[in-house]
Design a protein around this ligand. Structure first.
Ligand code: HXC
Length: 509
């Protein structure tokens, strides 16, 4: 065989992965193979594969007789809409995508190149954790991968897509990346699977109940989004990449904006109901502020009392944080605080300006919240907004009470521009609660109490007390929100902040 033929033969061998039978089994479960996934993710013809001839070096348990070129992971780089990304995709058809020493070295090479050359890393996971036959060599490989996840954190975006059963090390690496997507019904994430759970805790649980996409997008908040199939998940990764800079020192990816910012949407003038206890959909305000109503929501099924996600204004990416009065009246609880804090920190790492919409009655009272660490979780959001040095614009649409007023990107913790709608109410608490505390001795007299509530309302249920002190910069008409936010963002493009020298901060984890 001449060398060209041998090359082609070896390439075909590598492309065959774990063989036809295992590829068919993969397809029969509704899953694509690693290579099929990569070609759906990247621009056509852009993938350049590395290390396709790498094999494991294990000789225990008869492994010297079972070697596959590529060793269970396909690695390389390509482009998404013309922008470079590095990729590794676990090949479940080879030893269940499990990680050997050689397999780890392939991933590490990609991580190192991505960090050196400043481009995102996307990992497609479908794997059974550490290669059992390799023992500690596999564990060492995971350690090396984890260390690089941490080193790259905040420098280049890291995205994980869970597309099969993932256990052990194959959940900890994704957990340290910026975003996790899952595929419904075919993907699972757990540290230990149902069998081990049964042995240790005597709990009977299915893989889906333990770590399916529903659990991780609604209960644990481990995953940011879930999709019905591999293709949908991969196309959404492409959309996400379009919002992100290649690194923390690269410019934001701007696109031409065809949606006029001078146009006004009069429907916003009537969106806030006259009755302060009646909800309205904050998402509508978000959509009407962004270019073309295009909003890329994250964690949309978890802590729905706060909305987080990306959009564009005048073609440039922005991060949106917004209380949602439709769910729990938009209250801040532990879950909402954690969710928004992580999002704010991501935006700050990658220089994405923050636009915050506020309608918040305060923090959620109660033992379950306090025992669950509301103080620390709420502090995370406070901390995240306060430390963020990106441009920060805040729009208060209605309630902004108590600690939550301060936390939600207020002027006092570094908000750059704060607008309030005429319907804004900025106070220590709602009028009823305030009157009942201040005039407790009058509680037996409903007429008197009603008068006290009305007094408090008249004094504080408006934006002007805060405006008189300069705590908000302007009271704006709702229909002008998009224009005012766009102008503010233009102004803040040259924002610079000096922060004192420190090794790193100590956010209340
Ligand atoms: C070697 C493995 C493997 C592993 C699966 N395979 N996991 N080989 N090491 N960890 C192989 C199987 O032998 C099989 O080979 C093929 O992959 C497909 O596996 P199946 O079991 O047939 O598939 P399925 O029924 O779909 O089940 C998938 C699975 C299960 C849920 C992932 O295989 C499983 O539970 N694997 C073990 C998971 C685990 O406990 N891993 C260690 C975690 S500890 P053939 O030749 O038949 O195709 C860990 C430590 C790191 O990761 C921690 C760092 C902090």
């Amino acid at each position: 065989m001449d060398v060209i033929e041998e090359l082609e033969h070896r390439r075909n061998q590598a492309r065959a992965g774990g063989g036809e039978r295992r590829i068919q089994s993969q397809h029969s479960k509704g899953k694509l193979t690693a290579r099929e996934r990569i070609s759906a993710l990247l621009d056509p013809g852009s993938f350049e594969e590395y290390d396709m001839f790498v094999q494991h070096r294990c000789t225990d348990f008869g492994m010297d007789e079972t070697r596959f070129s590529g060793d269970g992971v396909v690695t390389g780089w390509g482009t998404i809409n013309g922008r470079v990304v590095y990729v590794f995709a676990k090949d479940f058809t080879v030893f269940g995508g499990s990680l050997s020493e050689a397999h780890a070295e392939k991933i590490i090479k990609i991580q190192d190149m991505a960090l050196r050359n400043r481009a995102p890393v996307i990992g497609l996971f479908d794997a059974g954790g550490a290669r059992i036959q390799e023992g500690v060599a596999a564990l060492a490989g995971y350690g090396e991968v984890f260390a690089r996840n941490v080193r790259a954190s905040g420098v280049i975006p890291q995205i994980s897509v869970i597309m099969g059963p993932c256990a052990g090390g194959d959940v900890y690496s994704p957990a340290m990346t910026d975003f996790i997507f899952m595929v419904r019904d075919t993907s699972y994430m757990f540290v230990t699977g149902p069998d081990v759970v049964k042995t240790v805790t005597n709990e009977t649980v299915t893989a889906e109940e333990l770590g399916g996409a529903r659990v991780h997008t609604t209960k644990s908040s481990i995953a940011d989004k879930a999709f019905d199939n591999d293709i949908e998940a991969l196309l959404e990764v492409r959309r996400l990449i379009d919002f992100l800079p290649a690194s923390n020192t690269d410019a934001l990816p701007e696109i031409a904006c065809t949606d006029d910012v001078l146009g006004q949407d009069d429907s916003l003038d009537t969106i806030v109901p006259a009755n302060p206890n009646q909800p309205y959909d904050m998402r509508e305000i978000v959509l009407k502020t962004l270019d073309d109503g295009d909003f890329y929501e994250l964690q949309g099924s978890f802590a729905q009392n706060i909305i987080t996600g990306f959009g564009r204004i005048e073609g440039a990416p922005v991060g949106i944080v917004a209380n949602q009065p439709m769910v729990l009246a938009g209250v801040l609880d532990s879950d909402a605080s954690r969710k928004a804090a992580r999002f704010v920190r991501f935006c700050d790492c990658f220089n994405i300006p923050l636009v915050t919409f506020v309608d918040v009655p305060g923090f959620l009272p109660g033992t379950s919240q306090e025992y669950g660490g509301l103080i620390k979780h709420g502090a995370k959001l406070l901390y995240a907004f306060a430390e963020a040095t990106v441009p920060k614009i805040t729009v208060i649409t209605r309630k902004s009470y108590g600690g939550a007023y301060v936390v939600m990107s207020s002027k006092h913790i570094g908000g750059d521009i704060t607008y309030a709608w005429p319907s804004a109410e900025i106070a220590v608490m709602g009028s009823k609660g305030a009157a009942e505390i201040l005039y407790r001795h009058e509680l037996g007299d409903p007429e008197k109490v009603a008068g006290r509530i009305a007094d408090y309302e008249e004094r504080f249920a408006n934006p002007f007390v805060a405006a008189e002190r300069g705590f908000i910069d302007d009271v704006i008409l709702p229909h002008s929100t998009r224009r005012r936010v766009a102008r503010g963002l233009r102004l803040l493009k040259s924002k610079t902040v000096d922060i004192p020298c420190k090794k790193h901060d100590n956010i209340p984890l």
